[in-house]
Design a protein around this ligand. Structure first.
Ligand code: DGJ
Length: 729
């Protein structure tokens, strides 16, 4: 069989089958039309080794003597005895491709297993890979792991992945690739605050805009593993898999299991090239919201840090009036509106509007919001339940636990988390109750938006005494899907104690993620930079919080908070009734700036300069309407950049920083548009007595000059930022 060759946006993927099993022969730079006979790549056989070449298979297997992580681990259960067919010998049955998509079928007829692999190389270069294992045998077959993985080139010597915790999600960590396996395991039953949104291998010192990078993301919101597996023969695989609990997937004869999708991108221009591949894929989805869909992302006011659980109709109407005056376009009523919910200890599961607080239902508030031209959004947490709730009292058997005995009959409950437990969505009655309640709320009220929260890990998560994170994750997905089908106009935000459910599995069915409960702009700069590695800014909620952050106690000027929120889906989470005078005028200006530039921010290329001074971040968005042959953004008619000072710098002067991503052939006018002389924050922002002339009065230069020589950066005070606009002349 001829090799399959998929090509797109500078990336090639070659799948060959000449050795019997399918293998990825190349994933990386575009190889052009013509390939040699790929037998040229057959490895030598080293001393004291197996008497055959060892392919790095599409599903690496022990029967070929692959010594690393196998693609499929499983066992047949015959007459109730497990452990049979533990080693498969998959051989290619068919392999077809149409230029950008391939289907490879491999089978082991003796073991009664067939695996179909679907690979699509999307137009922006993003690869999507899934395997489906089918049990062709006459007894059941237990899948212990079905992994999706890809080989990286030998010059990938460093690894970058992300980790975090509540209020500090998605921070990078780096290490050298050495022999052995680097595994990031998520056992939270949800994606997790510490989950690595991306696992990237690259050439030495790869950065924002230089070096070759091979990166993978696993689109799954349950238990999972992501890994870089470097075996003794020197080859390295990167990939991931769903982490299955004991006997979570047992295929009956004819049954099948499909892996979560592994998304993968290759870039020869650093991490920004990886982001471009992901952004291009997101923006091509039919249901994607943002500039491309023609529906601008509305300015949000979320009530959480404004009033918390203190829901009072008069206060909320005043807040809505104040928000409307500022130019807010979507008002989101957060936690605290439903039966018994006066704090975080009670009420979850009772999805009825609280009659004591809202005798006339939500209608008076919704009317106050919509009559002022704003959309109304509502917070829900459908997968959770408090013990102190009518539903937990009525249906204790719907609470998840490890025991075969229901909680009603004395079965053990997992430890509480924020005084809450998980409702067993695998139970069809529980699922239907939740569906009916959320459906009723959406049908009976004018609600355009749901903030869908999930505030705990799934610990000791079982259904009828057997591990069930896998089934619960699928049941939650079905709930999202069914509600979206029934209410297609309603947008959904994925929130999970801040940013603990951020993955492409949940984003297939939601329209925004809440990146973090931390609204401190300094922390947010890092959280948003690394979330933005994969997610375009229109999908990442960013709010201006109170002057003194509720989660860190830091105090920041409005301009720093606003410039930070601007590079996302912008909003506020603040009692804006208290914002008066010059500060209110400044806030209005920022809302205006967001409205003026959201088309650019939500459609352009994200650009992050490689700045040697670690106290300085320079990032921006360049308009991207088309791409020239040279790969430069030919449509780069405008750009918006932020220069962010995180702490004091080492040197007296920060020096020149090249502004990348502009069109070298165009001339630009650069202006520092915020803060300007006369703005309240101006004096706090600049340390220097005599700012660089270009900051005060603007300047003109070519994209080539700006990209190669750059601009002398201003001496900024720590925890301050300025906003720059580049306009092509
Ligand atoms: C956690 C979320 O991340 C917050 O934004 C807020 O919605 C609270 N839950 C409400 O309980």
């Amino acid at each position: 069989m001829h090799p399959l060759h998929l090509r797109s946006a500078g990336t090639s993927l070659v799948i060959s089958t000449h050795r019997g099993e399918a293998e990825i022969t190349h994933w990386g730079a575009d190889l052009g039309e013509t390939l040699p006979d790929l037998a040229i790549l057959n490895e030598p056989i080293p001393p004291s080794a197996i008497d055959a070449n060892v392919p790095a298979g599409l599903l690496p297997q022990a029967s070929s003597s692959w010594q690393g992580r196998p693609g499929l681990r499983g066992q047949r259960i015959t007459d109730g005895v497990p452990g049979f067919d533990f080693s498969l010998r998959l051989r290619t049955v068919s392999a077809t491709a149409d230029g950008t998509a391939a289907v490879v079928v491999q089978s082991d007829p003796d073991a009664g297993i067939t695996v179909t692999s679907n690979l699509t190389l999307h137009p922006g270069g993003l690869l999507e890979l899934r395997h489906t294992a089918n049990n062709d045998g006459t007894s059941s077959f237990q899948i212990d792991e079905l992994a999706t993985m890809l080989p990286v080139a030998p010059d990938a010597v460093e690894l970058l992945d992300l980790t975090g915790r509540w209020c500090r999600e998605r921070h990078p960590q780096r290490r050298a690739i050495q022999q052995g396996t680097w595994v990031r395991t998520g056992r939270h039953g949800r994606t997790g605050h510490d989950s690595s949104l991306l696992l990237a291998a690259g050439t030495a010192g790869f950065g924002n805009r230089h070096g070759k990078v091979w990166a993978t993301h696993l689109a799954w919101s349950g238990n999972h593993e992501q890994f870089a597996d470097s075996v003794a023969d020197g080859r390295t695989m990167v990939g991931g898999s769903e982490l299955l609990g004991p006997a979570e997937v047992v295929l009956q004869p004819g049954g099948s299991y499909t892996t979560p999708a592994l998304f993968a991108a290759y870039s020869d221009r650093g991490l920004d090239g990886i982001s471009e591949a992901f952004y291009s894929w997101f923006r091509s989805r039919p249901h994607h919201v943002g500039a491309a869909s023609g529906k601008a992302r509305p300015v949000v006011l979320n009530t959480w840090e404004a009033v918390y659980f203190d829901h009072n109709l008069d206060t909320l109407i005043e807040l809505a009036e104040s928000a409307a005056d500022l130019g807010v376009e979507r008002f989101v009523l957060d936690d605290g509106w439903f039966r018994g919910r006066r704090g975080d200890h009670a009420g979850l599961g009772d999805w009825y509007v609280d009659e004591t607080l809202w005798p006339d239902g939500l209608t008076p508030l919704i009317d106050a919001v919509t009559s002022r031209g704003m959309e109304f959004g509502l917070w829900v947490e459908p997968e959770m339940v408090n013990l102190d709730s009518d539903i937990a009292r009525a249906h204790p058997e719907w609470l998840v636990g490890p025991s075969a005995l229901s909680h009603k009959d004395g079965g053990r409950l997992p430890l509480g988390w924020r005084q809450q437990h998980v409702i067993d969505l695998v139970n069809p009655d529980a699922w239907q109750y939740i569906y009916d309640r959320i459906d009723a709320l959406l049908s009976e009220n004018t609600i355009s938006y749901l903030k869908w929260d999930q505030n705990r890990d799934l610990l000791e998560h079982g259904h009828a005494g057997r591990a069930s994170v896998h089934e619960q994750t699928l049941a939650a997905y079905r709930l999202f899907d069914a509600l979206r089908t029934a209410h297609p106009g309603v947008e959904i935000e994925s929130c999970s104690s801040g940013g603990a459910r951020v993955d492409l599995g949940i984003l297939e069915r939601t329209d925004r993620i809440w990146a973090s409960d931390c609204n401190d702009a300094l922390e947010r700069q890092t959280i948003q930079r690394w979330t933005g590695l994969v997610l375009p800014p229109e999908l990442v909620g960013g709010h201006i919080g109170p002057t003194t952050s509720h989660t860190t106690g830091r105090t920041h000027d409005l301009s720093f908070r606003a410039i930070t929120a601007l590079f996302g889906h912008f909003g506020m989470e603040w009692d804006v009734r208290s914002v008066t005078g010059a500060e209110r005028d400044e806030l209005k200006r920022f809302i205006g700036l967001y409205k003026e530039h959201r088309g650019l921010i939500h459609s352009g290329r994200m650009v992050r300069a490689d700045v040697p001074d670690e106290s300085l971040m320079v990032h921006g968005v360049v308009a991207d309407t088309e791409t020239s042959d040279a790969g430069t953004p030919a449509g780069a008619t405008a750009a918006l950049f932020a220069v962010v000072k995180t702490r004091t710098g080492f040197a007296e002067l920060p020096g020149r920083v090249a502004v990348p991503g502009l069109d070298p052939l165009r001339t630009y006018r650069v202006e520092a548009i915020f803060p300007a002389p006369g703005d309240a924050d101006y004096g706090h922002t600049f340390t220097e007595a005599r700012p660089a002339p270009w900051v005060a009065s603007g300047a003109e230069a070519s994209g080539r000059f700006l990209g190669e020589v750059g601009l002398p950066m201003p001496v900024l005070n720590p925890e301050h930022a300025i906003l720059l606009r580049f306009t092509a002349l």
